[in-house]
Design a protein around this ligand. Structure first.
Ligand SMILES: *[C@@H]1O[C@H](CO)[C@@H](O)[C@H](O)[C@H]1NC(C)=O
Length: 397
């Protein structure tokens, strides 16, 4: 059963038990077991990284039993705070056409008003939502969290990505992070399956162009994990429609996919795959940690089967029914961690994109990196090295 301890007072009792046993037993044990280097998942890892990865994995495992442990901001409100620059976005139903319209009707999802947050480089004097300066690029950021958790709010752990990019990339002084709608499913309220987040991503793109005034070519679209899935889907939508429909905006100047979740079908699972081999070196677990719930929630009325054959949902799916190409995509930068469970599907995506894009596709792999390692400030030196590589790549656009 999913989320067996979601109800009070069971939830409080379960979480108290987990806090105590984690502090008193698990963490000391993880430290002890990580002291001999051969026992660490990767020889290059520090004790600290080994323990942190165990901790994140355990935390996700607990959350998949208790439900949300921390209440995070969501699309229903702008959560205020120091240096929090939230804005409301209008929905963009006028940009919905073709298959997206069909999926919208099939799932009863409708466009919605949602917030987004501006994250500026430290010391920047640019005003919130100000018109672009000459030569200025903007990061349009879509956060990760399996489409079911986390937030675009600057207090969220995923905000380390836009913050890192505005800090490292000279031409990007600010990022806009979209608070797209998250999916949820039984035993919680069933809400916002695909294509809700895609409708939101389209509205965010339209906001940057039509309200703030950025030229599409000056927008760098980025997403980590599920945010990478969404960034790909938005790009695919623009690629497929902007030539034939002049109300659809042009493509962004670049696309950055960080540990993208790009196969929601089981086509990359099985013995010998990274989804089995790298369980010990990653915090994502194929069966524990809420992954199945996330797929059900996100796929909603389209059903789990849609994952294998829908190019917007699983661009890396190896299902025989999948027909896909990447012709017309903008220049793309893909990041993978060599120790992550999603490694194989990211390599499939990279190979497919390279086939159509040639040298317009740049691939960066951190040999011993975990899933979405740019989110974690303790994942050095890979985090800074990757930020520098992204900065170099943006300079060439
Ligand atoms: C998740 O928690 C369950 C129950 O406490 C345990 O049996 C299982 O081994 C854990 N899985 C992981 C990957 O930690």
């Amino acid at each position: 059963m999913q989320y067996p301890f979601r109800r009070q007072p069971l939830k409080a009792a379960y979480l108290t038990y987990q806090v105590l046993t984690t502090l008193l037993l698990r963490i000391p044990l993880w430290v002890l077991l990580a002291i001999p280097r051969p026992l660490r998942p990767r020889a290059s890892w520090s004790v600290k990284r080994t323990v942190f990865v165990n901790f994140v994995r355990h935390f996700l495992n607990i959350s998949a039993r208790s439900g949300p442990v921390i209440i995070l901001p969501n699309h229903l409100a702008i959560t205020p705070g120091e240096n929090v620059n939230g804005v409301w976005l209008d929905p963009a139903p006028q940009l919905v056409t073709g298959k997206l319209q069909t999926w919208m009707h099939a799932t009863s999802v409708t466009p919605s008003r949602i917030p987004g947050y501006w994250i500026h480089r430290k010391g920047s004097t640019i005003e919130v939502a100000a018109a672009p300066k000459p030569g200025e690029k903007v990061l349009y950021n879509l956060h990760g969290g399996a489409y079911i958790r986390l937030s675009a709010h600057p207090s969220d752990v995923t905000a380390n990505i836009p913050r890192g990019i505005v800090e490292h990339v000279a031409s990007i002084q600010r990022a806009f992070s979209l608070e797209y709608r998250l999916s949820s499913h039984k035993p919680f309220t069933v809400a916002h399956p695909f294509p809700a987040a895609l409708l939101d991503a389209l509205a965010g793109y339209s906001y940057l162009i039509n309200v703030v005034g950025f030229a599409p070519a000056d927008i760098i679209l980025a997403g980590d994990s599920a945010g990478g899935n969404l960034a790909h889907a938005l790009t695919r939508y623009l690629v497929e429609h902007q030539a034939s429909d002049n109300s659809i905006p042009a493509l962004p100047g670049g696309l950055i996919l960080l540990s993208p979740w790009c196969d929601l079908s089981p086509s990359h699972e099985g013995p010998g795959s990274s989804s089995v081999q790298f369980i010990s070196s990653d915090y994502i677990h194929p069966t524990e940690g809420g992954g199945d719930y996330a797929k059900e929630a996100f796929l909603g009325p389209l059903g789990l089967g849609a994952a294998g054959r829908n190019p917007y949902i699983s661009p890396a799916s190896k299902d025989p029914s999948m027909q896909i190409d990447f012709k017309g995509f903008p220049r793309t930068f893909i990041v993978a961690g060599g120790a992550e469970v999603l490694y194989d599907q990211i390599v499939t995506l990279k190979d497919r994109m390279a086939k159509d894009l040639g040298d317009q596709l740049t691939y960066y792999e951190a040999k011993d990196g975990i899933h979405d390692y740019l989110v974690f400030r303790w994942h050095e030196p890979e985090r800074t090295d990757t930020m520098k590589a992204i900065a170099k790549w943006v300079d060439t656009l």
